[in-house]
Design a protein around this ligand. Structure first.
Ligand SMILES: [Zn+2]
Length: 418
């Protein structure tokens, strides 16, 4: 956090920069000059009146809202919560975005996350990326076996075998084995559609509705294992990284998240293929992660939900999108209150994506968004909004909807009794 002094100094620099632009000053306002100005004891107005020297870099601009509006603290969710979208484990190796092998790495132990879960009224974390084969068994042994009411583990497809003959039946059989091992669902990363290729890591991209996976989708339905599927990404990730891109800073920080150009399909093509899968397997329950892959277009996602009763969505890592269209989002929650699931995409540790770092702060923001009618607050615990420079507005959901979104909808899909 910045001290008030540091902040005033930087705010002064911003004003100076605005003046500098007008007068064409070119020399740089160095950090040492800033530090001296801050320590020199000159009055704030004198600082603001100092001669401008350089424009403020966008990355250094951290404006503080001057709105005097209510701040609601929501340390505990109104009802027990199932977080349907977390990552406590990851495949240990991958190539060109495709997970390879059975070996897993773990970002936390149960003991490292249970205290925050208890403080925030988090009944269960669903670890979506539980892995395959022996890796899956290890993940289940670490989390779900000792705490079956606090952790659920999903399995994943064996991507690296997807180019082998007989894969379709092999993968369907693996689902059965994973189910017996304790896996409670299947997670499909955006790997499908954006990374997986005909020769696994090379060749043309494999389409989301490629028929080799049909037996897998069917097996999930037969075994009552919901499919949590991440398809596409924010719309801006498919556009040039230029001054018109609303997620310019995020893409600038993570250029590998861009799917513009090369041989990537459009987000519309990806979602159309996903929809064909959902349509072809009406007895399989699909959770379209990240608000069904297009949180920017709730009209489209509403059409998808209207068309496919076996489609559900989570809100993970998309309160920044939902919260900047609060009236549309509120109507969306009213209408689809039985098919929206609470999720965060939480990952213990890590600093790259503050909107996903597991902990008290993250959950407080989500609860505030869902429960309060607060205005214009940060969607992530970060000095700068990491997914785009805007702030969000709370939905103030009534208890009936909160209970469904926090718990009941996920409990039903996972076969958990209340
Ligand atoms: Zn995720």
């Amino acid at each position: 956090m910045l001290s008030r002094r540091q902040w005033l100094t930087r705010a002064g620099a911003a004003v100076l920069a605005a003046g500098a632009a007008g007068r064409g000053s070119a020399s740089g306002l160095t950090s040492s000059k800033l530090a001296r100005a801050g320590a020199s004891g000159v009055t704030e107005s004198a600082e603001a009146g100092a001669p401008p020297e350089a424009p403020l870099a966008l990355k250094d601009f951290q404006p503080k809202s001057m709105l005097h509006v209510p701040v609601t603290n929501v340390p505990r969710a109104r009802f027990p919560v199932i977080d349907i979208h977390t990552h406590l484990s990851f495949s240990a190796s991958s190539k060109n975005g495709v997970a390879l092998g059975e070996k897993m790495r773990y970002s936390a132990t149960p003991d490292q996350v249970l205290p925050a879960m208890d403080r925030r009224n988090l009944r269960m974390m669903v670890d979506l990326t539980g892995g395959v084969g022996q890796g899956l068994e290890e993940t289940i042994r670490r989390f779900q076996t000792p705490h079956p009411d606090r952790f659920s583990v999903f399995t994943e497809p064996w991507w690296e075998r997807s180019d082998q003959p007989g894969y379709s039946q092999f993968q369907a059989d693996e689902l059965q084995r994973a189910h017996q091992a304790g896996a409670r669902g299947l997670k499909v990363l955006k790997t499908l559609g954006l990374y997986l290729r005909e020769q696994v890591t090379t060749g043309p991209l494999v389409k989301v509705d490629d028929p080799r996976f049909d037996a897998m989708w069917e097996a999930c339905g037969a075994l009552r294992m919901p499919v949590a599927i991440h398809t596409s990404d924010p719309e801006a990730f498919f556009l040039p990284i230029d001054r018109f891109n609303e997620r310019y800073e995020e893409l600038n920080n993570h250029p590998d998240w861009s799917f513009h150009g090369r041989d990537f399909p459009s987000n519309a093509e990806l979602l159309a293929a996903r929809n064909r899968v959902v349509e072809r397997h009406p007895h399989t329950q699909f959770i379209g992660l990240h608000v069904g892959g297009d949180a920017e277009n709730l009209t489209f996602i509403s059409e998808c939900l209207d068309r496919y009763p076996n489609l559900h969505v989570d809100i993970a890592a998309r309160i920044g999108e939902l919260g900047r269209q609060p009236r549309t989002a509120r109507r969306f929650f009213d209408k689809y209150q039985d098919r929206i699931l609470f999720g965060t995409d939480a990952v213990p540790r890590g600093i790259e994506t503050p909107q996903q770092v597991f902990g008290d702060q993250l959950y407080e923001i989500y609860f505030r968004f869902l429960e309060s009618e607060d205005e214009y607050f940060d969607y992530a615990p970060a000095p700068t909004p990491p997914q785009g420079r805007w702030r969000i507005y709370g939905l103030g959901l009534p208890e009936g909807i909160l209970h469904k979104v926090y718990f009941a909808n996920a409990a039903q899909l996972l076969g958990i009794n209340a």
